[in-house]
Design a protein around this ligand. Structure first.
Ligand code: FMN
Length: 357
């Protein structure tokens, strides 16, 4: 049996949550880049604060706010508790939700309930299945895809690209050969849209072009500036082996901070969409270091359909402040909309941002 067996995955998922809650896993040499953008203040908003409408559409469905809870967990017994809380919260706010990688559910039916619970507590919202690029590259059977989609009555399949994470992971799988070819087969055959996301290193314009060519409908950029999955895995590696002799000291520092900042990805992919009017229906999710409603607002003005967050949401859940945190972020967003004279999300999208050198 390989070292990527069910027990190893359960242990890994536990430690991911624990390290994300308590470890030093933020980029220390890089930010999202959002701090370099500012909205122009509108001294004459000509709208009433109470009329501000946060609702928008995502993949053709009306949602109550331009925000999504990013893919996080599932596949071990405690994950059911986390997923239940995330599902209740997403249902309460009427916003989309992604689950964590479902590889475990494919390998071991024992863990399927920790995913299925999400649909039970979130009957009306969009829920997205999740699987990693290495699994796609190896080829998934129709039956495996059906298990994932049926467990959640999923509205789409999220595929995560995590080359840097796999590279740093003690038991990582670094074989990404044939990924695009296999992805094209899936997008052409499954009955729901495919979203491709990174996990914190960002998606460039040229990678986006290839993904769109492979039939992907939504790109979640998951850029650098928030959680560094290289750092998460580096913590796991050094716990296991004492110290990391795989890289030079200088190389290691650079690699732990590897990735394209979130705001840069948004600028580049928005420019790509402008060059190619035929990509008009491709939707962009802004994630990677989103930690306020002003970040959400800037994401929309930089071309995203919605923004998403993982680690801040996990921490808020852990502190029993999940609903309160999302509520304050949505209030930040309302405030920005008021101060830019935007009564709707559509109007906010058309506001320009000032770039500070
Ligand atoms: C505890 C935890 C587990 C995660 N597991 C997955 C996963 O299984 N699949 C996935 O696509 N992304 C996973 N992610 C990555 C997030 O979806 C997100 O892309 C990344 O953390 C960057 O966003 P952030 O800076 O808001 O944390 C996980 C994130 C966290 C915090």
């Amino acid at each position: 049996m390989s070292d990527r067996t069910s027990n190893t995955i359960v242990e890994r998922k536990h430690s991911h949550v624990e390290i994300c809650l308590h470890g030093d896993i933020a980029f220390n040499r890089k930010t999202t880049g959002f701090e370099r953008f500012e909205f122009e203040h509108n001294a004459i908003p000509e709208i009433s604060f109470s009329d501000i409408d946060l609702s928008t559409t995502f993949l053709g469905k009306r949602i109550n706010a331009p925000f999504m809870i990013s893919s996080m967990t599932g596949g071990y017994s405690e994950a059911a508790t986390l997923n239940k809380r995330l599902a209740e919260t997403a249902e309460h706010f009427r916003i989309p939700l992604g689950v964590g990688s479902m590889r475990q559910a494919l390998e071991n039916s024992e863990y399927r309930d920790s995913f299925a619970i999400v649909r039970k507590y979130a009957p009306s919202i969009q829920i997205f299945a999740n699987i990693g690029a290495p699994e796609i590259a190896k080829g998934l059977t129709d039956m495996e895809i059906n298990i994932m989609l049926e467990l959640l009555e999923a509205d789409g399949l999220i595929v995560h690209l995590n080359a840097a994470q796999e590279l740093f992971q003690p038991e990582g799988d670094t074989d990404f050969k044939h990924f695009l070819q296999q992805l094209s087969i899936i997008t052409a055959t499954i009955p729901v849209p495919v979203i491709v996301k990174e996990v914190g290193c960002g998606i460039s314009a040229s990678a986006a072009l290839e993904l769109i060519g492979a039939g992907v409908k939504v790109i979640d950029i998951a850029g650098a500036g928030g959680t560094s999955w290289q750092k998460v895995e580096e913590i796991r590696y050094t716990r296991q082996f004492g110290h990391d002799a795989r890289f030079s000291m200088t190389g290691l520092e650079e690699l732990l901070n590897w990735g394209i900042p979130t705001a840069q990805c948004l600028l580049d992919i928005s420019a790509l969409k402008k060059e190619h009017p035929e990509f008009g229906t491709i939707e962009i999710i802004a994630s990677g270091g989103i930690q306020s409603g002003t970040d959400i607002a800037k994401s929309l003005a930089l071309g995203a359909q919605l923004a998403a967050s993982a680690n801040c949401i996990l921490k808020a859940l852990h502190q029993e402040a999940l609903e309160a945190t999302i509520e304050t972020w949505l209030n930040d967003l309302r405030a920005v909309m008021f101060l830019t004279g935007s009564a709707s999300i559509e109007q906010l999208r058309n506001k320009s941002l000032i770039f500070k050198q």
